[in-house]
Design a protein around this ligand. Structure first.
Ligand code: UDP
Length: 337
C-alpha cells in the first residue's frame, strides 16, 4: 500500500484529493491547520482506517515534528511515497486577511514538502496557481509566459509566495534531483468550497440561493475559466502516475526549465455571464445583479493554454460548466438547509 501526505488535506481541493487517493488504495495522511479547511470536508471518509488527519500548521512544523504528529498508532514513523502540497489559503478574501501568513505558508509549506520528498525519495506534486501570471499581458496563458505581477499589491502575498515556491521546487530538482512536478491551477470550483470564501462561484450561488444581490465587481467584463474540481484531481493523479524519467524528458523536450503544466478548463466566461448563469440555473431566485468596485490588481483576462497538460498527461477537463455548476448548487443548497 502506498502512503501519501496531502498538506491542506481538509480544504476544498485537498479533501477531494484525499478521497480519490483512498479510493485508489492509498494510506493517506491529511495535514491541515483548519484555517480555511474544515472537518466537515473530510467527514465522509474520516473513519476509513487508511486515513489519518493531523491538525498542524506547515509554518510551524519541521520534519521531526511532522514525523511525531503523523506517526502510526504503534509509534512507527511514516515514510511517504507521494507528497501533495496544497496548503495555502487560495481565495483573495482569505489570503488577504492574513497576507504575511499566506506568504510564509507558501514558502515554509513547500520547503517542508521538499525536505520530506528528499528524505523519503518521494514524488512531490506542488500546486501552484494561474496567479503566477498576474494581470497577464499574454492570452491565453501558456507555461512559457513569465507573468505581469505586482510585488507590492494586495494580491502579492499569494502571487509572490507561489512564485518563490516554484523557484524552490525548480532549484531542488536541479540541485538535488528531487522528483517533483508542478501544476498551475486555474479557477476551480465545486462542492466543499467554503461558502464564505468570497470567490465568485460560491458568492454568486449563495447570493442567488438567499435572494441577495449578486455582486459583480467592476463592469463584469473581466474573464475567468472555470474548472470543476474532479477534473483537476484527475490531472493530479495522472501526473503522479508518470515515471520521473518521462517527466524529465518532457521538460527537456519543451525547454521548460522545470516540470510545470497549466491545469484548467479553457472555456472562458465574463463575470457578467457567470452572474447570468447563476440566475438562469436558479430561476426561482429573487436576486438581481448589482455592480460593485473592482478589487485591487484584479486580472482582466484569464484562460489556460492546456496544450502541454494534454500532451504530457493525456488529460483534458470533461465536466461542462452547467453540469459542474448544477452539482455545486446542490451542495450549497444542502449547506443552506
Ligand atoms: N468577483 C465578482 N463578484 C464576487 C466575487 C468575485 O465579480 O462576488 C470577481 C472578481 O473581481 C474576479 C473574478 O470574479 O474578477 C474571480 O474572482 P475570484 O475571487 O473567484 O478569483 P480570482 O480569479 O480573482 O482569484
Amino acid at each position: 500500500m502506498k502512503t501519501a501526505l496531502v498538506t491542506g488535506g481538509a480544504g476544498f481541493l485537498g479533501s477531494h484529493l484525499c478521497e480519490r487517493l483512498l479510493d485508489d488504495g492509498y494510506e493517506v495522511v491529511a495535514l491541515d491547520n483548519l484555517y480555511t479547511g474544515s472537518l466537515a470536508n473530510i467527514k465522509s471518509f474520516e473513519n476509513n482506517p487508511a486515513f489519518t488527519f493531523v491538525k498542524g500548521d506547515v509554518t510551524e512544523l519541521d520534519l521531526g515534528a511532522l514525523d511525531a504528529a503523523a506517526s502510526r498508532a504503534d509509534g512507527t514513523v511514516r515514510h511517504f511515497d507521494e507528497v501533495y502540497n496544497l496548503a495555502c489559503p487560495a481565495s483573495p478574501v482569505h489570503y488577504q486577511e492574513r497576507p504575511l501568513f499566506t506568504t510564509m505558508t507558501s514558502i515554509k509549506g513547500v520547503l517542508l514538502c521538499i525536505a520530506l520528498a528528499r528524505r523519503d525519495g518521494a514524488k512531490l506534486l506542488h500546486t501552484s496557481t494561474s496567479e503566477v501570471y498576474g494581470d497577464a499581458l499574454v492570452h491565453p496563458q501558456s507555461e512559457r509566459y513569465w507573468g505581469n505581477v505586482n510585488t507590492i499589491g494586495v494580491r502579492s502575498c499569494y502571487d509572490e509566495g507561489k512564485r518563490v515556491a516554484e523557484t524552490l521546487v525548480s532549484d531542488n530538482i536541479r540541485e538535488f534531483d528531487v522528483d517533483a512536478r508542478m501544476v498551475r491551477i486555474f479557477n476551480t470550483y465545486g462542492p466543499r468550497m467554503h461558502p464564505q470564501d468570497g470567490r465568485v462561484v460560491s458568492n454568486f450561488i449563495m447570493q442567488a440561493l438567499r435572494g441577495e444581490d449578486i455582486t459583480v465587481y467592476g463592469d463584469g467584463s473581466q474573464t475567468r475559466s472555470f474548472q470543476y474540481c474532479t477534473d483537476l484531481i484527475d490531472a493530479f493523479r495522472a501526473y503522479m502516475e508518470l515515471p520521473k524519467e518521462q517527466v524529465r524528458a518532457f521538460t527537456r523536450r519543451h525547454a521548460l526549465g522545470a516540470p510545470v503544466v497549466n491545469t484548467g478548463n479553457p472555456g472562458e466566461y465574463t463575470i457578467r455571464q457567470l452572474a447570468e448563469l447563476a440566475l438562469e440555473m436558479l430561476p426561482e431566485s429573487k436576486s438581481r445583479i448589482v455592480y460593485r468596485p473592482l478589487p485591487g490588481d484584479d486580472p482582466k483576462q484569464r484562460r489556460p493554454d492546456i496544450t502541454l497538460a494534454k500532451e504530457l498527461l493525456g488529460w483534458e477537463p470533461k465536466v461542462p460548466l452547467a453540469e459542474g455548476f448544477a452539482k455545486t448548487i446542490e451542495y450549497f443548497r444542502r449547506l443552506a438547509k
